[in-house]
Design a protein around this ligand. Structure first.
Ligand code: AGP
Length: 614
């Protein structure tokens, strides 16, 4: 997820673009760039780091150019660096482009362009796109708009782009598919941005491009919208904005955490995009392909992580052992580092970390490497310390996670780990082709099933209101949903400060059942898969002790519904994929509890988003 900003009008563009990028840094902040253009004179500034670092590159407040495009990056292809920062130039230097999104078939397009003599100075998919547009423009002598339309017809992926052609000094072309793009329409000035926060102070008139739409903006001329599919003119709706700046940065949500809970369908799809090729029944993960033998010959897999990432590791243990039949151990990184563990060269260590900066996890990685183990990272931040410390890895494409309480990182980590398990199981032949196909088919349905699970938001709000005075909660789950119970309990603890514990459902009778009384809410994950009947028995044990039962059930479940005080329904799915859905109501429940209790949801007390000390 990146942030794009463009301006064409009468004001000095630098200030508009730089301030706009600053407001979009919640979308990504590992590198930034800006191009200023006037009277055929182009200035291009790019740097690794934040917008504040970009501001240091020049005395922008004295510039006068009235056209500018800028970008704040969240790396997906190519580590954060000056050369990978946007805007990207075409080989001729005549076209400049900024891009938010992912070009899935960029490698094939890059090879084609290289065969035509194009050279590349970055590792990004974006530089491929700007040269593809140039190639189309020059091959057919097209105007910029037509070249953009034809070039995007060859692209698979998601994009929100702005293109500038120095041969056409008073024109900007924008196009959108899958990533957001808003156009601010002022008096003799146009603004372009990933959301309205960069221009809402200048104009409340906005056009939100739809997918497969492009627009040609010409100075002091009416906007022209076209369809990318057939180049026909398209109508547009000029919207009067009502959101304030802070609401816009949060996408209209009250908190980043809620926004990120709702981003999960998109984030899961972005994470398997380009990796899960359902039609060919293929999973393609470069980091796995290059080290397949390491994994297949591993004596065991050790997973090291902390907090929510550790819970994702526990989910992976169930899935990896079940599908790949390789022994898996999950370790708290902090414990692993100091208990003098036995590690050999035949161990594969998987390190999971959203931030890629967690000191405990990094320490565990270094220990594993000292003992000759192969270390594979699953991180969300491209170019983070952990992603560079591991021998190979796979990124989650969750986009920046601003809320301290991890949500979309958890579900995208599970997505990556499930893809890994499926690829390894396929290579090992430990699952049938039919089972492989059924799981990947169901995985492709998960984004829409996550959207259905999110419809239970109001139900979770009502339950949160009912139990806002609780001082203790018990979370129970079985099998692959036991780690979900742990995760649900952690969410509640860390943002509402209510004590909560997660337990394997069957373990309750070995002690925690003594806690159950009419004041104890017990959240039970009770989907109609796995040892469902045993979970129903656990629920009956709780009920007989007057515990208050909140059950996460498969939609249509009547058995648990007859026993529980409250049910939250989620769509039917495979047991191994169910954590992607059962987690959603637990995230929403903790969120609403914290809001009702007036806690600081995005920055809970005592916590940091990234724990960079041991
Ligand atoms: C999760 O909600 C917490 N914020 C915390 O437990 C977090 O998961 C843990 O600190 C690990 O962080 P990482 O994934 O960035 O390594």
């Amino acid at each position: 997820m990146c942030g794009i900003v463009g301006y064409m009008g009468f004001r000095p563009a630098a200030a508009v673009v730089l301030n706009g990028l600053q407001r979009l840094e919640y979308r990504g902040y590992d590198s930034a760039g800006l191009a200023l253009f006037e009277d055929g004179k182009l200035e291009l500034y790019k740097t690794q780091g934040k917008v504040a670092d970009l501001r240091q590159l020049s005395s922008f407040d004295t510039t006068t150019q009235t056209i500018g495009i800028g970008h704040t990056r969240w790396a997906t292809h190519g580590v954060p660096s000056d050369s990978n920062a946007h805007p990207h130039k075409s080989n001729s230097g005549e076209l400049l482009l900024i891009h938010n999104g992912i070009i899935e078939n960029y490698d094939a397009l890059k090879q084609l362009l290289i065969s035509k003599g194009y050279v590349f100075h970055s590792d990004t998919d974006t530089e491929v796109l700007v040269n593809l547009i140039e190639d189309v423009q020059k091959s057919h002598n097209y105007k910029l708009g037509k070249a953009v339309q034809v070039a995007l017809g060859q692209v698979i992926g998601a994009y929100a782009i702005t293109v500038l052609d120095i041969k056409k000094p008073n024109e900007l072309v924008v196009a959108k598919l899958g990533s957001p793009l808003a156009i601010g329409v002022g008096e003799n000035e146009y603004f372009i941005a990933s959301d309205a926060s960069p221009f809402v102070e200048f104009t409340k008139q906005a056009i939100y491009l739809k997918d497969h739409q492009m627009a040609i903006l010409r100075r002091e001329k009416p906007i022209v919208l076209r369809s990318l599919k057939d180049d026909n003119k398209a109508d547009y709706y000029l919207q009067e904005l009502s959101l304030d700046l802070e609401q816009i940065e949060k996408g209209g949500y009250d908190h980043f955490m809620l926004k990120e809970i709702y981003e999960q369908a998109h984030a899961i799809k972005d994470t398997y995009r380009g990796r899960l090729l359902g039609e060919e029944s293929l999973i393609k993960m470069a980091g796995i392909e290059e080290h397949l033998e390491k994994f297949l010959n591993a004596k065991r897999i050790i997973i090291v992580a902390c907090g929510t990432s550790w819970h994702a590791g526990l989910v992976a243990e169930y899935i990896l052992e079940d599908l790949v039949r390789i022994p898996v151990e999950v370790e708290y990184a902090s414990e692993f580092k100091y208990r003098n563990p036995i590690i050999t060269e035949r161990d594969v260590v998987i390190a999971i970390s959203q931030s890629g900066e967690t000191a405990d996890t990094l320490a565990a990685i270094n220990l594993a490497k000292e003992h000759g183990a192969f270390v594979f990272g699953v991180c969300n931040v491209v170019g983070s310390t952990i992603s560079r410390a591991t021998h190979a890895g796979a990124y989650t494409h969750a986009g920046p996670e601003i809320g301290v309480a991890s949500t979309k990182a958890f579900t995208t980590q599970i997505t990556v780990l499930t893809l890994m398990a499926l690829r390894l199981a396929q290579a090992k032949g430990s699952i049938s082709k039919e089972e492989f196909k059924s799981i990947i088919a169901e995985l492709e349905l998960m984004p829409q099933k996550v959207e259905v699970a999110l419809l239970q938001n109001k139900t979770t709000l009502e339950i949160a209101k009912r139990y806002q005075t609780a001082t203790n909660c018990l979370y129970l789950g079985r099998g692959v949903n036991f780690p979900v119970a742990l995760e649900g309990a952690l969410k509640l603890k860390e943002i509402s400060y209510i004590h909560a514990e997660g337990y394997p459902a069957a373990e309750m009778k070995h002690g925690p059942i003594a806690l159950i009384d009419e004041n104890m809410p017990v959240i039970v994950v009770a989907i109609n898969k796995g040892h469902y009947d045993k979970v129903v028995s656990n629920i009956q044990e709780i009920k007989s002790r007057k515990g208050k039962i909140i059950a996460v059930v498969t939609e249509g479940d009547q058995t648990v519904k007859a026993l529980a005080d409250h049910v939250i329904e989620i769509p039917e799915t495979l047991e191994c994929l169910s954590p992607l859905l059962t987690t959603i109501p637990l995230q929403l429940l903790s969120y609403h509890m914290a809001v009702i209790l007036n806690k600081n949801v995005d920055q809970p007390r005592n916590l940091a988003k990234s724990v960079t000390v041991e």
